[in-house]
Design a binder for this molecule. Structure first.
Ligand SMILES: [Zn+2]
Length: 257
């Protein structure tokens, strides 16, 4: 697995050698090539949570999943969460909701209903700031802790799972989750339900990539997603898949013991 801790010193050494070659050989081509490669790798590592470049993230169950997948819903609770819960109940599927603290404050009854119906709640920061990828460690910790407190006050459980907004990981996020002792949960199947407007395309995209052990990313924030679920849930059932919560899929604890 690619790791920032291994590659960063390698880039540094290679960069220094290339700089010396430039100074004494007259061509800085290698130096700029390494600089470009390091910048590219940093950006790729920050936005592809599966690489585990800056921090370890669980993103699927590799072995012995036996038709089990985990549906996950980010950015709620919202007025659409009730319909998502109704559909999950109809198919007896369990899911994991990565809630934004502010949204839990706005819809506390919905957060309680998620728990009462046997689903799991994870942390998706207090405010889901657009600038999340540029926050310092202490600001990421504040975002995590404020969300933890709100979830604990609303449903009586302190989440262990954290999903970074936009799937961004970087050194600040890596240190922050060490501080709050939380685990990063990514995904292996992304519906793109917030950027694709056509419901059929979202449905086809998820089905085409579907494998046992998948963690599937949705957002419980639109009627579009609800409509996709109305097709997807019967498809999953017909093809022998069941959705379980992330803790169940990965054999982890969802809440602080
Ligand atoms: Zn989000």
């Amino acid at each position: 697995m690619l790791k920032h801790a291994i590659l960063y010193p390698s880039f540094l050494v290679a960069g220094c050698i290339a700089l010396l070659i430039g100074i004494f050989g007259g061509s800085f081509a290698w130096f700029f090539a390494i600089l470009l490669l390091a910048a590219g790798m940093t950006a790729w590592g920050a936005f592809d949570i599966r690489l585990g470049y800056f921090a370890h993230a669980f993103f699927r169950k590799k072995y012995h999943a036996e038709g089990r997948i985990a549906l996950t819903f980010d950015d709620g609770p919202s007025p659409h969460t009730a319909e998502v819960l109704r559909l999950l109940k109809a198919y007896q599927f369990k899911a994991t909701f990565f809630c934004i603290g502010k949204q839990v404050l706005a819809h506390p009854d919905m957060a309680k209903q998620i728990i009462d119906e046997g689903h799991v709640i994870g942390n998706h920061t207090y405010s889901h700031r657009q600038s999340f990828g540029f926050l310092k460690e202490k600001d990421v910790v504040t975002e995590l802790e404020r969300c933890n407190v709100i979830i604990q006050q609303s449903v009586g459980k302190k989440p262990k799972f954290f999903r970074p907004p936009f799937g961004v990981t970087n050194p600040s996020v890596a240190k922050a989750v060490q501080h709050t002792k939380q685990q990063i949960i990514g995904w292996s199947n992304r519906s793109l339900d917030t950027v694709t407007w056509e419901e059929d395309k979202i449905y086809q995209r998820v089905c085409k990539k579907l494998k046992p052990g998948d963690i599937i990313l949705f957002h419980d924030t639109s009627q579009r997603t609800v409509n996709v679920l109305k097709r997807l849930l019967p498809y999953l059932q017909k093809n022998g898949y069941i959705s379980v919560s992330v803790d169940d899929l990965l054999n982890l604890h969802a809440y602080e013991q």
